[in-house]
Design a protein around this ligand. Sequence first.
Ligand code: 6MZ
Length: 363
Amino acid sequence: MEKWVSMPKVELHAHLNGSIRDSTLLELARGLGEKGVIVFSEFENVIQKDDRSLTEVFRLFDLIHIVTTDHNVITRVTQEVIEDFAAENVVYLELRTTPKKNESVGMTKHSYLEAVLEGVKAVSTVDVDFRPHDGDVRITGNSPPINATCNGSTRKKIYVRLLLSIDRRGTAEAAMETVNLALEMSDLGVVGIDLSGNPTVGEWTTYLPALKFAREQGLYVTLHCGEVPNPKEIRSMLDFLPQRIGHACCFEEPEWEKLKSSNIPVEICLTSNIRTNTIPSLDVHHFADLYSKKHPLVLCTDDSGVFATSLSNEYNLAASAFGLGRREIFELTRNAVEFVFADDGVKRELTELFRIAEQKLDQ
Ligand code: 6MZ
């Protein structure tokens, strides 16, 4: 594992609350159990179950949301998630989260997001670059470059960008509210919109006006696409030409052709796909075909907490399942710099970081 942990990595598909540490989830659940808000033993069983169907995963998310409906908890979870990714040498992280309101604790979607930002700022183990720069002008600018040397000691740095998720359970109005919130927070690191949530719920076209508006306003868009068989929806999503899509599991030949000719990068989440039975086993996973066709791909965790994985583990899995060496995996992550939702200055800095890392690759 060490060779995957030490490799610089790019994470583009991570849901904030799905990436919660197990220990934090259990601690919070125990606390709520003691207060009589939940029955802890029932909760514990769900958390500790290893294999979950997609439906059970969404039931678990509902439970996670019960324990994460408090500003301080959101801040803590955000800080921990970023520190965990940084600890395994993720150098660029896009975190996505669904803004939530909860009147009982005075939480609005806006204050939810402020709590997330507090978490970003609270990270203490590494330097965090979370504010988009001014277009192309900046190269290293005023924040320290990656692995900056300060007073003789080297500090690691991670870029963090936020995407706001539109939940498929919500209304068109709620989706528009999320896009407006993203625009309002765009100076604070919110760079894009994701469409996610239970793929068996709702019609994606409900969110099309909000997604089109997001794109017109300069936000990046990524869509969860093809988590369940739904060729009409998949084709319509590909026609929208999002900047990236997540999963792409239940495609048939016409959809593969469309995807390949569009060149839309795919966020691949191996463990998640297997654990939810979306793909029966890695030897039939579409990664192999897309990789051999040189389709743009990026390996991601999806929900590192829920699926008990890490990005290093996903690299390890891909290497052994598809016979890839260290260099191939390195190139896969380096190529992902091309489709990060960040400006050219960030891309240039990441490219330089990977150039330096490449020199050490064969040592
Ligand atoms: C679709 C998913 C997902 O937003 O509360 N989410 N949506 N497919 C998946 N694959 C298994 N994994 C997570 O993070 C949790 C939320 O992200 C979405 C779901 O809406 C889930 O409730 P946030 O930070």
